[in-house]
Design a protein around this ligand. Structure first.
Ligand SMILES: [Zn+2]
Length: 376
């Protein structure tokens, strides 16, 4: 009987202590079971000992040493001994409660200290958007790791320290920009006039998104737009703009150019360049401008589709030559198709692009005797 009332007092104390000190993330024990129900931390040894002692008290089990020490005397002596034992038990219980309280206070303190040491959530670097289009289309894009990296402090640009003359120096991966002999863009002149097979355009309306990648405005396109040239089929992945046009025709450049980047299953790249000059507004360009991101490296994903037929001029005669990407890493082996007839966009439409990118054209490169073909 005594044990029951003693245990209930002790348990209440224990539960009170638990409620005071058990915080989220620390141990929570079920009073009846003495088993952890949450928390993965190990119980401190000292705490476990105290808990076992408490359990022994509750179950009325005494240690063998204590049982041995129990005196076998008369009833009066027994009553006296029992009273003494009760007093001793009470003292022990108090000591035990103190011990538990101290241990729990320590745990609480440790926990607070741990919490204080956890740094504030660090701002995560802005994720680079990975468009739902074929990967590995670096021309004018930052889809394929073309982002500033800690490895080189100066990032490429169109002027100053990171300007075109230094592209090959600011990153060894851009060596071709310096030493390549089939670089783009070029001043197209002296081409040979031949019967070039028309490029077959199989374009249809597809979903798109618009990204400001820090070098240009780029439109990533969903699957389904193809061209066929020289018997090979290439899929259009993205297109982007330069101002003024990077390519020159007999020394003349245009207000802007759109580079449409296609790739085949082997990774070969064909860029179709559509020259742009001031004139009537173009509805496709307007759709793109309507969806321009507000900030660099942001992407806008409109709900509609884009029909790339609207960016093609009626006459699709072209110049063709072998060149390179016009942005780092200036990879060569790119087949260029420069459509002779420009399309028109309005002055306002040019101005809108110019607000963000007044000049993003690489200077023309040495042709080094490359053959240029031209539709008759
Ligand atoms: Zn380009």
């Amino acid at each position: 009987m005594r044990c029951t009332s003693f245990n209930s007092v002790l348990l209440r104390q224990f539960l009170l202590l638990l409620s005071l000190f058990c915080l989220p993330g620390t141990l929570v024990y079920a009073a009846e079971e003495s088993k952890p129900i949450t928390g993965a931390e190990a119980k401190p040894k000292e705490f476990e000992d105290s808990e076992n002692l408490l359990k022994q008290k509750r179950d009325g089990v005494e240690s063998p040493a204590k049982q041995k020490a129990k005196p076998a005397t008369s009833a009066a002596a027994s009553a006296k001994a029992a009273a003494a034992q009760r007093e001793k038990d009470d003292l022990e219980a108090d000591a035990l409660a103190d011990k538990i309280a101290k241990k729990m206070a320590e745990l609480h303190k440790e926990n607070e200290l741990k919490k204080a040491q956890i740094p504030l959530r660090r701002p995560e670097p802005k994720p680079v958007y990975r468009a739902p289009v074929p990967a590995g289309m670096p021309h004018g894009s930052n889809l394929a790791g073309d982002t500033p990296s800690a490895a080189h402090d100066v990032h490429w640009s169109y002027e100053g320290e990171g300007g075109p003359q230094r592209w090959g120096k600011i990153d060894p991966a851009n060596a071709k920009c310096d030493i390549g002999e089939r670089q783009s863009p070029i001043d197209i002149r002296g081409g040979i006039r031949v019967d070039l097979e028309p490029v077959q355009f199989d374009y249809k309306p597809v979903r798109f998104n618009v990204i400001d990648n820090g070098h240009t405005i780029q439109v990533n396109l969903g699957a389904g737009n193809f061209i066929t040239i020289l018997g090979r089929r290439y899929e259009l992945a993205q297109f982007h703009f330069h101002k003024p046009s990077e390519e020159r025709i007999n020394g003349r450049n245009y207000d802007m150019v759109a580079h449409m980047v296609h790739k085949d299953v082997d990774g070969k790249i064909v860029v179709v360049a559509v020259l742009i000059e001031q004139g009537k507004p173009n509805s496709l360009i307007q759709t793109v401008w309507n969806n321009m991101p507000l900030e660099k490296n942001d992407t806008v994903q409109p709900s509609g589709t884009l029909d790339m037929n609207q960016i093609l001029p009626t006459n699709r005669q072209y110049f063709t030559y072998m060149g390179s990407l016009t942005t780092p890493p200036c990879t060569e082996g790119v087949l260029w198709v420069v459509i002779k007839e420009p399309i028109e966009v309005s002055q306002d439409q040019i101005s809108i692009f110019s607000r963000m990118y007044p000049m993003n054209a690489r200077p023309t490169q040495n042709t080094s005797g490359r053959l240029i073909k031209e539709s008759n």
